[in-house]
Design a protein around this ligand. Sequence first.
Ligand SMILES: [Zn+2]
Length: 153
Amino acid sequence: MTYSFECPDCGNPRGMGQECGHCGSITAPHSLTDTLVFNLKQDGPTVEEALERLRNCLRNATDLGIKVIILIHGYGASGQGGRIKWAIHEALENNHYSDRVEEYHFGENTAYGSTAYHALLRRRPSLKTHLKHFKEGNAGMTVLILNTYSRIA
Ligand SMILES: [Zn+2]
């Protein structure tokens, strides 16, 4: 995962939802951005593990004030990548994450330069810093726009 967070205790970059590798602090890290890239397929999880990871990620992300997640789930007609992708599509379409996710946009529908892509960027300009994910293999990702109403300011 990319480091989009900073340790409030020592100021070093940190991952989300883990203790600080530098000072061991478990205080919630400060978010440096409202956009998170979350690689779900890292170290080849099973479908169940991937769905669980997403659930944890969504909980941490909403707590930290993240507004949009670029979810990298991979793709493929067969194999684990494909299964994870379809499980995620199905879970989203069946509103399994609707308490956290306000909108979802499948990568194949938001190809770089398309109308949907431009609409998405107008809504969340911070996505501009992650253009490469739209350009490369966009069928392997989904953009999640999170609910922010539950956040305590
Ligand atoms: Zn620290």
